[in-house]
Each structure stands twice: as C-alpha cells, then as structure tokens.
Design a protein around this ligand. Sequence first.
Ligand SMILES: Cc1cc2nc3c(=O)[nH]c(=O)nc-3n(C[C@H](O)[C@H](O)[C@H](O)COP(=O)(O)OP(=O)(O)OC[C@H]3O[C@@H](n4cnc5c(N)ncnc54)[C@H](O)[C@@H]3O)c2cc1C
Length: 364
Amino acid sequence: MAELAEPEKIEAILRELAPASDCQGGSLTQEAALLCERGWLRACLPKRRGGEGWGCEPAGTRDAFNALRTLGRANLSVARLFEGHMNAVKLITLYGNEESAREVADAINAGMLLGVWGADDPAEPLAFVQRDGMLRLAGAKCFASGLGLVGRAVITATTPTGQQLLFVSADEPERCDYSAWSMGGMRATQSGRYDFTGVEVGDDALIGASGDYQREPYFEGGIWRYCAAHLGAAEALYHAMLAQLTDRGRADDPNQQRRIVASAIAIESARLWLLRAADEVEASGAEAAKATLSLLAREATEDACRLVMEHAERALGMAAHGENSFVHRMIRDLRLFLCQAKPDAKRGTAAATLTSMAARPEQL
Ligand SMILES: Cc1cc2nc3c(=O)[nH]c(=O)nc-3n(C[C@H](O)[C@H](O)[C@H](O)COP(=O)(O)OP(=O)(O)OC[C@H]3O[C@@H](n4cnc5c(N)ncnc54)[C@H](O)[C@@H]3O)c2cc1C
C-alpha cells in the first residue's frame, strides 16, 4: 500500500478511534492530543505567531477548508471541535488586541483547544457587570461543544449595543453540565451547559467592541467552515457506498449507478460552492455582502448531504443501519450537525439579498 500523506494518516487514525467515543460521556481527549501533536491546533494561528494562517489569513483558506473536510470524513465530532478552535483564533485575530493575540498563541503552543460558545441558556443568558477594571459574569452557555476539553472559550454576552465578545477560561469541571447533551448524534462533542455565574475576570477579557461578533462577511460568511465539515461527512458516505457496492458486486446495477452519479455530482457541486464562498469571504478586504455566498453554499451543502444520505441508505439497505457501523454513525452525526444553526433564517437572509439586488449568484 502506498505511503499515506499526513492528512490521510490523521483521517485514518481518527476514523479508527471514532467508535470508542460515540457514546454518552465519550471523550475526544486522544483526538485533541493528536491534533495538537501533529501541529493542526497551531496551524490555525496567523503565520507571524507560528501558525499556517488556517482560517485566519487568505493564504491559509484552502488548507483550512481541506483540514475541515478531512476531519469531517473521519469523525464529525472532532471536526466540530476543530472548527470552534479555528473560529476562536479567527475572532481574536480580527478583533483582539496585541496582548490577547499573544495569549492565544501561548495557550495553543501549550497544547490548548479553544472554543466559541455563543448559544445562551434561554433561562439564564450570559451577562456581565464591569467595575474597577474587573468583570463579574452571570448566566450560562448551552450547546457548549467540548466541555472538559476546551481550556478557554470566546463567549458572547448580549449588551444594549450588541453582542460583546469575551475571552475567558472555561475549564472548571464543577461548572460543566454534561447531562444537558443527550443527543442521538454528535455524542462525542460533549456539548453541554457551562455556568459562568460568579466568574470574575479582568476587563482585558473584553474582545473588540460590542457588535463586532456579527460583523460581516465573517459571521454568516464564516459558516463555510462548518459546511466544509458537513461536506467531508457526505464524501465519506459516498466512498462507503462505492466500496460496499463494489464489494457486493452491485456497482454496475443501473439503479445503483444512478445513485452513484447523483451523489458524485452533489458532493462536487457543494465543494465548488464552498470553495468560492471561502475564497471570496476570506480574501483580504472582502465586502460584507460576500457573506451571501456562504449562505447559498450552506444551502447547496445541506441539499448535497441530504441527497447522499438518502442514496447511501437506499443503496446499502440494512447495512446502512447496523448500530455500530460507520455509515450509521456518520448519518446520525450529520443529520444532527445540519441543524446548526437556524437554517431557515439563513435561507431567508440569502433570498432577501438576492431579491433586493435582483442578482444572479455569479454577480455577488
Ligand atoms: C453538534 C452541535 C454542536 C454545537 N456546538 C455549539 C457550540 O460549541 N457553541 C454554540 O454556541 N452553539 C453550538 N451549537 C448550537 C447552535 O449554535 C444552535 O444554537 C443550535 O443549533 C440551535 O438549534 P435548534 O435546532 O435547537 O434551534 P433553532 O435554531 O431554533 O432551529 C429550529 C428550527 O427553527 C428555525 N429557526 C430558528 N430561528 C429562526 C429564525 N430566526 N428565523 C427563521 N427560522 C428560524 C430553524 O431554521 C429550524 O428549522 C451546536 C449545535 C450542534 C447541533
């Protein structure tokens, strides 16, 4: 067998580890250590901080896209955590000052995984009071991916003038509520509730100005990153379908050929949409309106993922439903991950832009 390239080796290792963490309370400790050891956590830093600019510099866009796809092909939960890490670095690079950028680089060089926790506990949304150079936090985050693994997180607090970003420690075990995540998919992400009530930090934890978080083209525009992970999962399902049909001698059945071709076209169409969105959103000086490309690419990716899942299930029959099978886990994970986040609202925003501009996508 030919020697595997580094991303392929990482994909193979993560794929082998995946079944062990696919359970309530499953942990991705080994996976996070691997990404650290192989330099993938550090690669998300800007070049001048020792990274490769993955996701935070135009020259690192294609590598970031391929890394997220690679992880999606192996284990979507790992891809979810890695995307959060990449997003945290990006937000600090965009809106943080020199000191916070140095802190992030030091933390990552010491092996830390970062996250972005935006979703509030509806009953106790995150808020803070600022006094004498200190911030006192109250409230909790829900769907917080990577509980117990993420060392520090970029979190949001709603203020009268918009969402304010803060960069805070997120590693106190007694603040984690793992029971808040009882999903049938993405189990290994450990995306539970983290209670910040009573936490006190210096006001240097504030990142940028209120409203920065939702600034375009990086807020909605940045969804190309998790879509790249979704696409990776669809690619893995496509490969599994080809391999199993070939093994069973059914790949030349015209019914299966129709599914193979339709799935191939779907994943390649989504890949081309996402590449364009990523390249244009991450180009230096990109205009806010470029975010619409990511919204349309998300729609194309979701449609492609749903088509490939449907065809893989029909092509493989019961084999697609084996409880511990690769295909079954991938489909469970992908169906849940596609819920992130507010897909109807995203489609609505894209439609409103297309209508108001009376534009074809190529004109965006
Ligand atoms: C695996 C996974 C990991 C996650 N990790 C994190 C994390 O680390 N940090 C974090 O902050 N969040 C995380 N999230 C949560 C995510 O950001 C969203 O908060 C979450 O997906 C909410 O989804 P929902 O389906 O419960 O609700 P909703 O978003 O309410 O969606 C339910 C339905 O309502 C529709 N809808 C919702 N709002 C609107 C609207 N304004 N207009 C029109 N239609 C609307 C949606 O399109 C959808 O059809 C994660 C989610 C998943 C699935």
